[in-house]
Design a protein around this ligand. Structure first.
Ligand SMILES: [Zn+2]
Length: 360
């Protein structure tokens, strides 16, 4: 029996404009030196070419410009009038063994003037003992509900965690009503298991029509598979990390081309960077070279997400992914897993957000 496909196109409206989905939101890692260079304005920056950008408090708080972010606002600091997300940085703080007060996180988000904030969380890792896992889930729920209760007019996404669909369902039923969307965390430690990723996303999507963001999932196989399952937004800093390692995202195969020095030429690319620059420009040991390569990489990601939106808007996403899978077997494998997962019985709707809130 034919089923409606699970994917969708939506429009997330913010005070700084609308984000058409599915969309990739580039991560701006404030502690990296090239952020300063981009802020100088002499070179096109990620926020100039993407629909929105995402920053983490983990990178802002130790940063030289932190006072500027909280006094002038994040938009003025970056020099952008487009939407900005600020993530609490729970995943990075967990790795350092540091915790922030959830209300302090909310205060920082408010002071920054960001469009969308995400609640502070206590992510899960696969090896956690049961009691510690439950403790972290409890604290993530409490932080989310506490921040929601004190939020004013900023859009607030509730962080969602769970290591199984059942744990996800138990978690989401404890969240209060009123979040503007949900950010699914704890995915990164198991990001290479597409069975795990798709089962978690399917569990959340089957409970709500509200916007869903998948944290830290950036590989093309997962971007295709999770877009198919109805994820609206993703964040990625692969574009800039790959550039730091002098890796070029191949515009056709979508894989990361390593050992650029061993090549005589790059594959054809239609992005504005490659229209003016070539292999030699990407190989220089300079910030400018790294910025150029990062922007090429970002264009490949953004173009591909635009292709996903276009195909999804015509109800042809499956055919598009299958065509992309002809050049990349990993894309095909991940999609087959997503398709199989999407046919599993959905859990009944449990999240109680108003699906028709003003602005969406
Ligand atoms: Zn290019």
């Amino acid at each position: 029996m034919a089923q409606d496909p699970p994917y969708r196109c939506s429009h997330i409206r913010t005070t700084h404009g609308t984000i058409d989905t599915p969309a990739l939101i580039p991560v701006v890692a404030a502690s990296y030196g090239i952020w300063d260079r981009w802020m100088e304005g002499a070179h096109p920056a990620p926020w100039d070419v993407s629909q929105a950008v995402l920053l983490s408090l983990y990178h802002i708080l130790p940063y030289a410009h932190r006072d500027e972010v909280f006094s002038k606002g994040i938009h003025a600091t970056l020099g952008t009038s487009r939407p900005v997300w600020i993530d609490s940085g729970g995943f990075q703080y967990m790795k350092k063994g540091v915790e922030l007060d959830p209300l302090e996180v909310l205060s920082y988000q408010h002071k920054s003037g960001c469009d969308i904030g995400v609640t502070f969380d206590y992510p899960l890792t696969p090896a956690l003992a049961q009691d510690e896992r439950e403790r972290r889930l409890d604290r993530s729920v409490s932080a989310a509900n506490e921040m929601l209760a004190h939020n004013t007019d900023m859009a607030l996404y509730g962080a969602v965690h769970g290591s199984t669909p059942e744990e996800i369902t138990a978690y989401t039923t404890r969240l209060d009503t009123g979040f503007d969307g949900f950010g699914i965390g704890s995915l990164v430690p198991r990001k290479n298991s597409h069975e795990h990723l798709t089962s978690i996303i399917h569990a959340v999507r089957s409970q709500t029509d509200d916007p869903l963001h998948a944290f830290g999932i950036t590989g093309f196989p997962a971007l295709f598979a999770l877009s198919y399952l109805g994820v609206d937004t993703f964040d990625s800093w692969t574009y800039v990390v790959a550039a730091a390692y002098k890796e070029y995202v191949h515009p056709l195969t979508l894989s990361r081309q390593k050992n650029l020095r061993s090549l005589h030429a790059l594959p054809a690319c239609e992005c504005p960077i490659c229209a003016e620059h070539g292999l030699a420009d990407f190989l220089q040991p300079t910030s400018e070279s790294e910025m150029l390569l990062a922007m090429h990489n970002l264009y490949v990601f953004l173009d591909e997400m635009a292709n996903i939106r276009e195909a999804a808007s015509h109800g042809e996403l499956e055919a598009y992914i299958l065509s992309r899978g002809e050049q990349n077997a990993r894309i095909l494998r991940a999609f087959k897993i997503a398709k199989k997962t999407s046919s599993l019985p959905a859990t009944r709707p449990l999240l109680r957000g108003d699906r028709h809130r003003a602005g969406r």
